[in-house]
Write a protein that binds this ligand. Structure first.
Ligand code: ZN
Length: 349
C-alpha cells in the first residue's frame, strides 16, 4: 500500500510531497497510489514533561492507566513524550509499542532527604548524588533532580549540581532539574543542566547563559495557572506568596527567555491537561502562535533528537484540516496522526 502525503508544513511553510517507505518519508513519486492525505502538516506533537501511569502520591505505575493516558496522548497528536520522573520502572512496551508515543524517561525522581512527594522518588545524599544520577542516566538516558521542593527547603548546592552534571554527561546522559526557587535554578543553570523544569523565581540575568549553553526551559504553565487558584484563597503566608508570586511573574520570564533565545518547551505535568492546554497557556503568556506550537513540536523534537519532515527521516506527523496558527483549537482535532510510518488516527468518516 502506498500513501502520498501533501500539504504545507510548519514552521517554514514548505510544500510537502512524501510517500511512506519502510516507516520513513520518501520524496520519490509513487505511481501505484492507494491513498492521498492532504492538510497542514506538523512533525508531530511532544509532551516534554509528563508523568503518566500514576495519579495518587506514592502509587506505583498502573499499566492499564499508563496505556490509557498514552492512548489519549495519541488522540491529541502527541507522538513523543519525555517523563522526567516516573512512579517506578516502566514496562518493556513503554516507548516501543508502535500504537503509543515514543517515550524518554528519567526513572524515579532523585531528591534530597526530606524533600519531594512522600512515597515517590529516591532520597539521595549529596555524596551519592553524582553516582546515583549517572547510573540512572546511563540506564534511561535522563535523570531528574529535585533541586528544591518547598519554599524554605535548602536547594542542592552549585558544587553538588556541577558534580552531577559532570558525572551524567560523562555517560552521555542528560540532566533535568525541577526548581521553584532562585537558589536551585541558579545552581542548575550555572552547572549547565540540560533542562530546567518550571523555573519559577529564576533570575532573568541567567537567561543569556541558558541560551548559550542550550539549557531548555519547560515552564509547565497551564498546571500552575490551575493550581495557583487554590493558593490564592489561602491566608497570607510565605508559602502562599512564593507560589502565587512565582506563577504571576512566570509569563514575563517566558517572554524574556524567548527574547534571549532560550529553547522554551511545552509540558503538561498533569494527566488532566492536554498539550493543547499548555500551547494555549504559552500563547497567553506572550509567545506568538508559531512559537507556542513549536514548543510542543519541532523545538521539542530537535531537543530530544527526533527527526524532522525530511526525506529519509522517520515518518512522524500530525495533519490538520486548516492552519493551526490561525486558531490553536485546531490542534485539538488532528485529522491524521502518523508515527513511525503507522497511521494511528484518521478522520472519522
Ligand atoms: Zn513534573
Amino acid at each position: 500500500m502506498s500513501i502520498r502525503i501533501t500539504g504545507i508544513s510548519l514552521p517554514n511553510e514548505e510544500l510537502i510531497d512524501f510517500t511512506i517507505v519502510d516507516g520513513k518519508w520518501d520524496d520519490q513519486y509513487s505511481l501505484d497510489l492507494d491513498q492521498r492525505i492532504e492538510g497542514w502538516i506538523l512533525p508531530g506533537l511532544v509532551d516534554v514533561h509528563t508523568h503518566p501511569g500514576a495519579t495518587k502520591a506514592g502509587q506505583p505505575i498502573d499499566e492499564k492507566l499508563l496505556r490509557a493516558e498514552l492512548l489519549r496522548d495519541i488522540d491529541h497528536g502527541v507522538i513523543a513524550i519525555r517523563s522526567p520522573g516516573l512512579a517506578g520502572t516502566p514496562p518493556d512496551w513503554f516507548g516501543k509499542d508502535l500504537e503509543l508515543p515514543i517515550a524518554f524517561h528519567a526513572g524515579p525522581w532523585l531528591a534530597k532527604p526530606g524533600q519531594f512527594i512522600t512515597g515517590w522518588g529516591r532520597r539521595v545524599s549529596d555524596a551519592d548524588f553524582p553516582r546515583v544520577a549517572a547510573a540512572q542516566a546511563s540506564a534511561s538516558g535522563w535523570c531528574k533532580i529535585i533541586a528544591d521542593w518547598g519554599v524554605d527547603d535548602e536547594a542542592i548546592s552549585l558544587d553538588v549540581m556541577k558534580e552531577i552534571v559532570t558525572a551524567v554527561h560523562e555517560v552521555n546522559g542528560r540532566v533535568a532539574v525541577h526548581s521553584q526557587n532562585e537558589a536551585g535554578s541558579t545552581a542548575a543553570v550555572l552547572a549547565g543542566v540540560d533542562s530546567l523544569e518550571h523555573g519559577m523565581w529564576l533570575n532573568e540575568d541567567l537567561l543569556t547563559q541558558m541560551a548559550t549553553q542550550g539549557t531548555a526551559l519547560v515552564p509547565t504553565l497551564a498546571i500552575f495557572n490551575q493550581s495557583v487558584e487554590r493558593f490564592r484563597t489561602q491566608e497570607p503566608s510565605a508559602k502562599r506568596d512564593w507560589y502565587v508570586g512565582g506563577t504571576e511573574r512566570h509569563p514575563h520570564l517566558i517572554q524574556s527567555a524567548l527574547a534571549a533565545g532560550v529553547r522554551v518547551l511545552a509540558g503538561t505535568d498533569s494527566g488532566e491537561l492536554s498539550i493543547i492546554d499548555e500551547i494555549q497557556a504559552l500563547a497567553a503568556a506572550g509567545a506568538n502562535p508559531l512559537t507556542a506550537i513549536g514548543a510542543a513540536s519541532w523545538q521539542a523534537r530537535e531537543f530530544l533528537g527526533l527527526g524532522a519532515l525530511k526525506s529519509g527521516q522517520s515518518a512522524d506527523a500530525t495533519i490538520y484540516r486548516s492552519d493551526p496558527r490561525l486558531d490553536l483549537e485546531i490542534l485539538a482535532h488532528p485529522e491524521w496522526v502518523i508515527s513511525r510510518g503507522e497511521i494511528l488516527r484518521s478522520p472519522k468518516l
